[in-house]
Design a protein around this ligand. Structure first.
Ligand code: AMP
Length: 455
């Protein structure tokens, strides 16, 4: 028996191998082998082989949320289009090119959310959360949709986990988010650094935009068509450009920190002082502006250690968005937030072979033989589950040999065997899987006996 067991792979082993074999980043659709329905481009299935990473990521996010006092919020995946147009900004890539928008059956223009902050601010306002003690700390997790060109690290449906702090404008909030994000990535075994910048408030940005325009106009022949368009419509967005030919112009462009007013400069210095005090390393990144219009003052982005420069590698990002509630027609509300891309984090965890906990393995396999026993086995399985004894079974298998093979693969310590004879006698067999020794116990005593054996 023991010899046989060695040759058989345990379930964790099998899953681990499957996880390694599973595609890390699906960029191209699988080859067409049949007329079966296909995935939409840029969408992917998350298969069981990857489940342990998702489970660990979600569990870690929840642990952090509890530790730092964030309450969970879930908002609809679909919102009125206008919410995102107003919040994210008309002249951003997201609103101009990337939203999944359509008219619903009632003729209302709706959009699959490209991000969650707008929805959370909407919820904060519409539920009067400004009336409860501030700040309000919320976290969320779920799918987002952006019609982007799919490539490694970029898909059209992706998942974010995020943390938002509303109703507080102090620099400590910005620092808290950066610190939480940093510790979160570390807890997941992902090496990253955080880039930080301040883009001031609107009053600081106006003179900066003028300086930026002057610089870019003088070098118009060196930039891409998109940047030329951005210059006339939303100049700050030229700094989001990742196209290599634009980088020399970007790198020599004016820096917004030189245009910060006293208040914004003091705010930024305080954020950095807290980070220094907390020993959180950061990289001052003068051209980091973030691709959404609602940000002001502190902005930051987590980039993987050793990762290439570029939008496709950022693991997460965030910043302060004090003006957003007012843009949405609500009262002035200071707020800041942070969102991580879950697929990108998981890709890094897998690359780094980050240790990820497995689900506890079952210690019992419940085998049944015959129709009568099978019916009774369901009740027994439920008893085992209620007693907290992790068990496995395969109720559709008829042969004991097959069931014992499964038990062997799972590496359980004991098999419970319930046959016709045992049902009639009110007993069952407990088989020690290592020694092969079997004993008969009374049906009612089985749980107690197993508890004793498993210690
Ligand atoms: P953003 O909402 O644009 O600030 O993005 C926050 C994070 O979400 C990024 O740093 C990425 O990790 C992730 N992310 C954004 N867009 C995509 C995408 N199309 N595919 C995969 N992850 C994405």
């Amino acid at each position: 028996m023991a010899k046989e067991k060695k040759a058989i792979k345990s379930k964790p082993q099998v899953l681990e191998e499957a996880a390694k074999a599973a595609p890390k980043e699906k960029v191209v659709a699988p080859p067409r082998t049949s007329s079966a329905p296909e995935l939409l481009r840029g969408m992917r299935d998350i298969l069981p082989a990857e489940a342990k990473y998702w489970r660990f990521l979600r569990k870690t996010a929840e642990d952090f949320a509890v530790a730092y006092g964030f309450d969970c919020i879930e908002t609809p995946i679909m919102e009125p289009t206008n919410l995102f147009v107003r919040a994210v900004g008309k002249q951003t890539d997201i609103v101009e090119k990337e939203m999944y928008s359509f008219d619903d059956q009632g003729g209302e223009r709706v959009t699959l959310r490209p991000e969650a902050t707008a929805s959370i601010v909407r919820a904060y306002l519409s539920h009067g959360m400004f009336n409860i003690p501030q700040p309000v700390k919320l976290w969320y997790e779920g799918p987002m949709f952006r019609y982007e060109r799919p490539q490694a690290g970029r898909s059209r449906e992706f998942h974010q986990v995020g943390f938002e702090i509303l109703g507080e404008g102090k620099p400590a909030v910005d620092a808290e988010l950066i610190i939480v994000g940093n510790a979160f990535l570390r807890a997941l075994g992902v090496a990253a650094s955080v880039q930080v910048n301040s883009i001031g408030h609107a009053g600081c940005r106006d003179p900066f935009k003028a300086a930026l325009l002057q610089h870019y106009r003088a070098r118009r022949s060196e930039i891409c068509e998109d940047c030329k368009r951005r210059l006339t419509r939303n100049p700050l967005r030229v700094l989001d450009c990742k196209i290599p030919e634009c980088q020399p112009v970007k790198n020599s462009s004016p820096q917004i920190v030189d245009h910060l007013c006293d208040d914004c400069r003091t705010h930024f210095m305080k954020v950095l002082e807290i980070l220094d005090e907390a020993d959180v390393p950061y990289v001052l990144t003068p051209h980091l502006v973030r691709g959404l219009d609602y940000y002001g003052r502190t902005v930051f982005e987590y980039v993987p250690a050793g990762g290439e420069e570029g939008a496709q590698s950022a693991l997460g990002a965030g910043g302060r968005y004090d003006g957003l509630a007012e843009i949405l027609g609500g009262r002035a509300t200071s707020a800041a937030g942070l969102a991580f891309g879950m697929e990108r984090i998981i890709a890094r965890m897998r690359e780094a072979n980050a240790p990820v906990p497995e689900l506890p393995a079952p210690s019992i396999f419940l085998a049944q033989l015959g129709e009568h026993a099978r019916r009774k086995a369901f009740a027994l399985f439920e008893k085992l589950r209620a007693a907290g004894i992790r068990s496995a079974a395969n109720f559709s298998k008829e042969s004991l040999k097959q069931q014992m093979e499964i038990a062997g693969k799972l590496g359980v310590r004991y098999a419970l065997i319930l046959g016709q004879k045992e049902v009639l006698e009110g007993t069952l067999i407990i088989r020690d899987m290592d020694s092969g020794v079997q004993e008969i116990v009374g049906y009612e005593k089985a749980i107690e006996e197993l508890r004793r054996k498993l210690g």
